[in-house]
Design a protein around this ligand. Structure first.
Ligand code: PHE
Length: 449
């Protein structure tokens, strides 16, 4: 071990790492994208496909990131270069760039959750929620809340791995689970909850044969599990060798899926009990920021309380994700330039905040960025990592993953690594090829106006 690795920050507790990584995974993707995608793509059939892909792609890829990160003891650029040479190191820049890009628009959406939460407390929800959303989702207001959310993120990251990221996660994640469960129970008492469940989950099993459903589920799995941009890699670089990585990856994937699934059990009863289905089909974001708030508005004072809790849950999910995104960029700046954490976080935070002004002023740009990230960049990053961990660095990654694993998980690793080598690259490459056309068309139509 070199002096540098000896002095690297570490997570103080195993639970701290688990909740930080789960915090990265659980976020707006679970609550905003998953329920919507499920209802659009075959209900329970989508859920089934999603679970299969979480097992087949998600867990092996998360282990690839964990193995490379803990082995390399550096952020993506440093770890790939140290373990694989200069060429691989250059690919590390892709991860850092993608992390910054996601953070730039994700923080804008997170800013909306902050705004709606504060509105619930101080002024109540607007009577015409669609008009209200149109008014505040872009422009000066959106920029202001984006800046506020970025500032909060920087504050946590500046403090460091143990005192900032770990402490925030240990505090916020249990709170999030508790409040989400309470909200889902409340939703079950609504008059038309049953209709909502049916629309969300009614199995249209013929959809299992639809390649588009698989494509949507694959890109959702990447986004939701924070894979393909080095976030999990970076967190794992702060681990000692006693963490049971295969077990951790499985627990994190399970937690992430559970939160997404429960979010659907919350959102759909609300939408159907208040007759808001039209607002949902209007836009993907519609469900969360138009339909749900208008339900709260019609509930009177109780709606303000429930609505506050709802947007608090979203904001908690969002901030434990934004800190992981900023940490990738911050840690890379620290590694590459020898900068202090404080300088690196402030510098990275400022650049990303400026970048985020574009999606904060233009929701179409935000949608486009989300599409490019979700359907292309994360998949490309995942493919690179699968090839790196499964082929280029096969032996060391295997050894790294065995260290700290219980005998049971050591046995499972055999086939998980087989899947990582032979199945993951093939599926991801196929999905990538099929996504390319749609992504390119979206870019073209955006610039054609
Ligand atoms: N996983 C987060 C979510 O579902 C988003 C995210 C993606 C965070 C990629 C980090 C990296 O909201």
């Amino acid at each position: 071990m070199t002096a540098a690795t000896g002095s690297r920050e570490v997570f103080a507790t195993r639970a701290g790492f688990l909740l930080a990584a789960a915090g990265s995974a659980v976020g707006l993707g679970n609550m905003w994208r998953f329920p919507y995608l499920a209802s659009e793509n075959g209900g329970a059939a989508f859920v089934l496909v999603y679970v299969v892909l979480t097992l087949v792609l998600g867990i092996p890829l998360m282990l690839a990131e964990f193995g490379v990160g803990r082995r390399g003891q550096r952020a993506p650029i440093g770890s790939l270069r140290k373990l694989g040479g200069r060429g691989w190191g250059a690919l590390g820049y892709l991860f850092v760039g993608v992390g910054g890009l996601i953070l730039a628009y994700y923080s804008v959406i997170a800013g909306w959750t902050l705004r709606y939460g504060l509105e619930a407390v101080f002024v109540g929800f607007a009577p015409s929620s669609a008009d209200h959303f149109a008014a505040v989702s872009s422009g000066v207001d959106a920029v202001a809340f984006h800046v506020a959310f970025m500032a909060a993120t920087v504050l946590i990251v500046v403090v460091g791995v143990k005192g900032g990221i770990e402490r925030a996660s240990l505090l916020m994640m249990p709170l999030l689970f508790l409040l989400l469960a309470a909200l889902a129970l409340w939703a079950a008492t609504l008059e038309d909850a049953g209709t909502g469940y049916v629309v969300y989950l009614k199995p249209r099993f013929e959809q299992v044969l639809n390649p588009d459903v698989w494509r949507a589920a694959a890109s959702q799995a990447f986004f939701s599990l924070s894979l393909g941009m080095g976030g999990m890699l970076t967190y794992a670089s702060y681990l000692k060798r006693d963490q049971n990585l295969p077990e951790s990856a499985t627990a994190i994937a399970f937690t992430d899926f559970s939160v997404a699934f429960i979010a659907g059990l919350l959102v759909f009863p609300v939408i159907y009990s208040f007759g808001l289905q039209d607002a949902v089909s209007a836009s993907t974001i519609g469900a969360l920021f138009i339909a749900v708030p208008s339900a709260f508005e019609s509930m009177g004072p109780l709606g303000r309380v429930v609505g506050f809790v709802f947007f608090l849950v979203l904001a908690l999910g969002a901030i434990t994700s934004t800190i992981s995104l900023l940490e990738v960029v911050t840690a890379s700046v620290m590694d590459e330039f020898g900068a202090s954490r404080r300088k690196a976080a402030l510098w990275a935070g400022t650049v990303v905040t400026l970048l985020g002004v574009v999606p904060a002023l233009d929701t179409d740009a935000l949608g486009l960025l989300d599409k490019i990230v979700g359907e292309f960049l994360l998949l490309a990053g995942g493919l690179i990592l699968a090839l790196f961990a499964g082929w280029r660095l096969r032996g060391p990654v295997r050894e790294e993953l065995l260290a700290g694993a219980s005998p049971f998980w050591q046995r499972q690793l055999r086939w998980i690594l087989m899947v990582l080598r032979f199945v993951v690259p093939v599926i991801v490459a196929i999905v990538l090829v099929f996504s390319l056309g749609g992504t390119a068309a979206a870019v073209r139509s955006f610039f054609a106006g």
